[in-house]
Design a binder for this molecule. Structure first.
Ligand SMILES: Nc1ncnc2c1ncn2[C@@H]1O[C@H](COP(=O)(O)OP(=O)(O)OP(=O)(O)O)[C@@H](O)[C@H]1O
Length: 253
């Protein structure tokens, strides 16, 4: 088994009387995609915000790269965040910048002493990785929803992240574009050897991308395993996920 990048033990988080996470355990390894499923409001986004140090847990342990996030200084936390790629629904591209300028932005902001040549090389590499070289001089408004999503992912890859956190990467996309995004997430894992958490309501995405799948029920992961293991479980609560997706997941292929 690969090294653990993220280790979460007995994590609790409440907002006032709202108990969101109550006893979450989760490990994510290098070169692994873990899909997190759970109904709306079960705390999936809260979980990834805690991992990135954007929210503080009430109790429990979160270690990233072997270090407890709670013990990091502000400077160390910033350094950690640079190794984490966020693909959030809200992480939109800047409309007034070209695709190239959007891709350069994180480098120019965070790594001030790069040369023009180094920046161009980094842009070339990530645009190649997402297969959209011809869009470099276009504006985001000229791209399809799927292309924008891929450029958004490229913009996080330019920082060479070791962890990718995807919040509903396929939401609102047609099935063919979903498949392209699923393929891209798998390619990113292989090429960058990332540890990824993929939050989704899309079971096809879960099946295609998840080396492991974990389902949040009542503030903790009731099930973790391969897609087949988890969805082969007779727990009637799992049924609600098929109903939501209007499909019967095929477990045999
Ligand atoms: N900063 C906050 N302050 C107060 N309540 C919050 C805060 N962040 C999240 N919550 C609450 O925590 C609960 C879990 O939110 P979260 O966004 O993690 O859900 P989710 O599982 O990601 O849902 P969805 O699938 O709809 O995106 C919600 O009830 C939300 O209102």
């Amino acid at each position: 088994m690969m090294e653990k990048t993220i280790e979460i033990k007995n994590l609790y988080k409440s907002f006032g009387s709202l108990h969101v996470l109550s006893g979450v355990d989760l490990d994510v390894h290098e070169n692994e995609n873990v899909v997190v499923l759970g109904r709306s409001g079960t705390g999936k986004s809260v979980l990834i915000k805690i991992i990135a140090g954007l929210l503080t847990p009430d109790r429990g342990q979160v270690k990233v790269f072997g270090q407890s996030v709670a013990d990091l200084t502000a400077k160390e936390l910033n350094a950690l965040r640079l190794k984490i790629g966020f693909s959030f629904q809200s992480s939109a591209l800047y409309d007034s910048m070209t695709v190239r300028e959007n891709l350069e932005f994180p480098l120019v902001r965070n790594l001030k002493n790069m040369t023009r040549k180094e920046i161009d090389k980094a842009v070339d590499e990530v645009i190649e990785a997402v297969g959209l070289k011809k869009t470099l001089d276009q504006m985001p408004s000229q791209l399809s929803g799927g292309q924008r999503k891929r450029i958004g992912i490229a913009r996080t890859l330019i920082m060479n992240p070791k962890i990718m956190l995807y919040d509903e990467p396929t939401a609102g996309l047609d099935p063919i574009t979903c498949q392209e995004i699923n393929d891209l997430m798998n390619q990113v894992k292989e090429k960058y050897r990332t540890s990824s958490i993929i939050i989704t309501h899309d079971l096809t995405c879960a099946k295609e991308t998840g080396d492991r799948v974990a389902i949040l029920f009542d503030g903790k992961f009731a099930y973790q395993g391969t897609f087949e293991e988890v969805f082969g479980n007779p727990d009637p609560r799992i049924r609600s996920f098929y109903d939501y997706n209007f499909i019967e997941p095929k477990l045999q292929n």
